[in-house]
Design a protein. Structure first.
Length: 259
């Protein structure tokens, strides 16, 4: 998920990318473009599904095959994603935040849980590939309180959900918004020790420490600004993940963030 933030107003646009995108591009001046001039895939295999060349495989596979290709780094996979996702969307990705799922649940609990609208039963657990059913479902209804574990499944559950990846992306954006609403200064201060302890397991980032005080100010603007979703238009731009229309996506993003 990419967040494009207007630092003057706090208005934030969220963009979700599908994990099975293939042919993820690289800027022409990147050494990765020399290795993958037509994007991250293997042309020798033809136009078939190539899971080892999905977007979510870049993190581990590119550093493993080309260690150090982007220069010194303490998280090569994240740096690869910043470069490639930026090229796909036409944005300069300044920083990343990598979230550990177990820590995520702890932070939600430290905030006292979140409240979301649930529009359909959301599976807790389950495995489509192995035909293992969920242990239970989060039931539909407005203003449903969720603890950390249930918030994690609300964001990730996909067993037998129609258009599973897109539905999950929508719920993840909803989760993001709910956390922003819960993270009031008063709530954060009241639960600071619990949040800090969970954060040790939660977050890995390249945001410089000297920017943190400015990000606190920006965070307040985000809370009072508008939070919008940018729809990349699945039907037109990526009816499947094998050959997405990145130029079309860049046009949509440019119009949305510059309007």
């Amino acid at each position: 998920m990419v967040a494009s933030i207007d630092t003057k107003t706090g208005n934030t646009s969220l963009i979700s990318l599908t994990r099975n995108f293939m042919r993820m591009p690289f800027p022409a001046d990147s050494p990765l473009h020399q290795k993958f001039p037509t994007g991250f895939w293997d042309p020798k295999l033809g136009d078939i599904e190539q899971p080892e060349f999905y977007l979510d495989a870049m993190y581990r596979n590119i550093p493993k095959k080309y260690p150090g290709i982007l220069g010194p780094s303490d998280n090569e996979g994240a740096d690869v994603l910043k470069v490639s996702v930026g090229a796909a969307l036409g944005l300069n990705i300044h920083y990343y935040v990598q979230i550990n799922l177990a820590g995520f649940a702890q932070v939600v609990d430290a905030l006292g849980g979140i409240t979301v609208n649930i529009n359909y039963p959301v599976p807790v657990g389950g495995n489509d590939d192995k035909n293992i059913p969920p242990s239970r479902y989060l039931q539909p209804g407005p203003n449903q309180p969720l603890n950390g574990t249930d918030a994690l499944w609300f964001a990730r559950g996909r067993y037998n959900v129609p258009t599973a990846d897109l539905a999950r992306q929508a719920r993840q954006r909803c989760t993001f918004k709910a956390i922003v609403e819960r993270a009031t200064p008063q709530n954060v201060l009241a639960n600071y020790e619990s949040i800090a302890k969970a954060g040790e397991q939660l977050i890995r980032t390249d945001v410089p420490q000297n920017l943190l005080k400015h990000l606190v100010t920006l965070g307040q603007r985000v809370k009072t600004g508008k939070l919008a979703n940018i729809d990349l238009n699945k039907q037109k731009n990526f009816p499947n993940g094998r050959n997405p229309n990145y130029a079309g996506m860049r046009a949509i993003v440019a119009q949305a963030v510059n309007s």
